[in-house]
Design a protein. Structure first.
Length: 250
């Protein structure tokens, strides 16, 4: 992140305990258009960090700010508005398998339209056009009316990315988004994250376990070890010493 860039996502002093500390004094920031890889061994606290950022898990202490809007202390409609700024992409895609691609993407409009429209699948023309444009951007316009369970893993993950585009998120949190994909599809999905971040000024925080591809597709690498942030540097400067800090081996 450049020194003069105002972060879209800012986390200050985040801590969470489940008896023992899981996160301890974690602070980070992600700028518009920046892709940050979050890395660390299993149990380092990556998923807990994501859950705290979205307030799916309540942190014990710390501040979370999305686009200038504080999530800590927010509740009700205020929290719902803040969460609307965060698009989530998961390892297992989290699509409704029996619905077609376009209706899965339209689920991203939930924060913008009345719930009854989502339940009844009666969306305004503008929302349908937005969903189709999102599918077009990820290269799946031709598959818009195919059931999600008929798509390949790589295609399903691109539908999930289209869903956060339709949501008009300012931040994307991607939790191991390529762990279920083969190498070619993993590269395609990470390349898509990078392109979308640049085009739309979206801040992307993406947890990865593949350090080699993290260095290729991320601008910066943040590393957690035992719940503490121990690495925060440009991806091109990520070193063997950093790998040892995070995993204890070369």
């Amino acid at each position: 992140m450049t020194a003069d860039a105002t972060p879209v996502l800012r986390v200050d002093g985040l801590a969470k305990r489940y008896g023992a500390p899981v996160l301890s004094d974690v602070s980070l920031a992600v700028a518009p258009g920046e892709v940050v890889a979050l890395v660390g061994a299993s149990g380092a606290g990556k998923t807990t960090l994501f859950r705290c950022i979205t307030r799916l898990t309540e942190p014990d202490t710390g501040e979370i700010v999305i686009g200038g809007r504080a999530l800590h202390g927010a509740s009700g409609a205020e929290l719902a508005l803040a969460r609307r700024e965060i698009g989530l992409v998961f390892q297992q895609f989290n699509l409704i398998r029996r619905l077609d691609a376009v209706h899965n993407v339209l689920a991203g409009r939930l924060g913008h339209v009345p719930l009854w429209r989502v339940v009844a699948r009666r969306f305004a023309r503008a929302d349908r056009q937005r969903a189709l444009a999102a599918l077009d951007r990820v290269g799946l316009l031709a598959q818009a009316y195919q059931r999600a369970d008929s798509l390949s893993g790589g295609q399903q993950q691109r539908v999930a990315i289209a869903r956060v585009l339709a949501q008009e998120s300012r931040v994307i949190l991607a939790d191991e988004p390529v762990a279920s994909l083969d190498a070619a599809n993993a590269r395609a999905v990470l390349s898509l994250f990078r392109e979308i971040a640049r085009e739309r000024g979206i801040a992307v925080l993406c947890s990865l376990h593949q350090l080699d591809i993290a260095a290729l597709y991320a601008d910066r690498v943040i590393g957690l070890a035992s719940g503490r942030l121990v690495v925060n540097r440009s991806a091109r400067d990520f070193s063997h010493a950093d790998r040892i800090k995070l995993f204890g081996v070369g």
